[in-house]
Design a protein around this ligand. Structure first.
Ligand SMILES: NC(=O)c1ccc[n+]([C@@H]2O[C@H](COP(=O)([O-])OP(=O)(O)OC[C@H]3O[C@@H](n4cnc5c(N)ncnc54)[C@H](OP(=O)(O)O)[C@@H]3O)[C@@H](O)[C@H]2O)c1
Length: 326
């Protein structure tokens, strides 16, 4: 089958369309004829050799896809050949055929096209896991998300607003800040010039946010803690701003703050199935009704994977970039 292959890790030009073996279909899995695949920041790291796939996962890039079920493995009863699905993957999305555990897939809502479905699973489940489950966002709670214009940021704005919470987003330009407001953010801060701690506190009546969803890391650690309300949680999902920082543990102690790190990709298929089930219990009706959609920045053919990575690197996108596979 055709897939994006990488002969040597490197810059965007190291990717090309080539041939790889079609994956086997173990029990409990489905084979998807892949129509479209989402592009994620993690793919850029893997391409450069910094983020190897977990043991047993395909070497091919790609953490999410949408397409048609063409084969069903033993012990799978929730999907049948011909079903339209979208799936969370540990890898392998930039390829014509994808094999994934059935518990990591969701029926693609009728109102959504494949390209929309391809850009949903990674961000929906990451935001749900980290803001609602690990962060334990209270009813009508407040969330601060960095990179409001990213796939993760746009989904956070949508889900938190849908849940009745307050969402504050940071972004690096006036245009992106305005788009975050249009999408439903209650307050925004241009992180290059504004005091986003003050913006987050003001938006929550002075008390601070209940959850910070952070992909920056060291550079923001101290200010993230300042932006939290007492008993709040900082959930770290990326390290774009470095991995080493020093803080006073006094704030954690006296304000009862929680700091935790989290990855979705390395979790077991059982854990992923649990996250999918809990997500559907909370947001499944809105998803099925076509109310939850990704913000699609661009859709490019698989042969232009290099260009898709350049867009993410330059951060000229707002929302998701998707590859059309077939
Ligand atoms: N741990 C997990 O399970 C998990 C899962 C999914 C994603 N992630 C992480 O979540 C992050 C977002 O992923 P994505 O695929 O949605 O990324 P993306 O679309 O490539 O967006 C990255 C965003 O980071 C923003 N950014 C860069 N520097 C910033 C700064 N100093 N302050 C605030 N924002 C800044 C950019 O905003 P501007 O253009 O406005 O500068 C851009 O919108 C990545 O770090 C990714 O690795 C983690």
């Amino acid at each position: 089958m055709k897939a994006i292959v990488i002969d040597e890790p490197g810059d965007e030009n190291c990717m090309r369309v080539g041939d790889v073996p079609t994956p086997d279909l173990p029990a409990g899995s489905i084979r998807i004829r892949n129509v479209a695949a989402g592009v994620n920041r993690a793919d850029l790291l893997q391409r450069q050799g910094f983020y190897p796939p977990p043991p047993g996962a395909p070497e091919t890039l790609g953490l999410e896809c949408a397409g048609d079920v063409v084969e069903v493995g033993a012990d799978v009863d929730r999907f049948a050949v011909g079903d339209r699905v979208m799936a969370l993957l540990p890898g392998g999305g930039y390829a014509e055929d994808v094999v994934v555990h059935a518990g990591s897939a969701i029926a693609l809502p009728g109102a959504l096209g494949y390209e929309e479905g391809a850009g949903l699973m990674e961000t929906l489940l990451t935001v749900f896991l980290n803001v609602f489950q690990l962060g334990d966002l209270p009813e009508a709670g407040g969330v601060l998300v960095h990179g409001g214009g990213s796939g993760i940021g746009t989904t956070t704005i949508d889900l938190v607003k849908r849940a009745g919470g307050t969402v504050v987003a940071t972004a690096g330009s006036r245009e992106k800040c305005e788009k975050c407001l249009e999408l439903g953010a209650h307050a925004v801060a241009n992180y290059k010039q504004d005091d986003w701690v003050a913006v987050a506190r003001e938006a929550t009546g002075g008390r601070g946010v209940d959850v910070v969803l952070d992909s920056i890391g060291a550079a923001y650690l101290e200010r993230n803690l300042d932006a939290l309300a007492n008993d709040g949680a900082l959930v770290l999902i990326g390290l774009m701003g470095g991995a080493k920082a020093e803080i006073s543990l006094g704030a954690l102690l006296t304000r009862r703050l929680r700091v935790m790190g989290s990855t979705l990709r390395t979790r077991s298929v059982e854990q992923k199935e649990g996250i999918v089930t809990a997500f559907l219990e909370r947001f499944g009706a809105d998803l099925a009704a076509g109310k939850i959609r990704p913000v699609l920045h661009d859709v490019l053919p698989m042969s232009e994977a290099s260009e898709a990575h350049r867009i993410l690197k330059a951060s000229t996108h707002f929302g998701k970039v998707v590859l059309r596979i077939s």
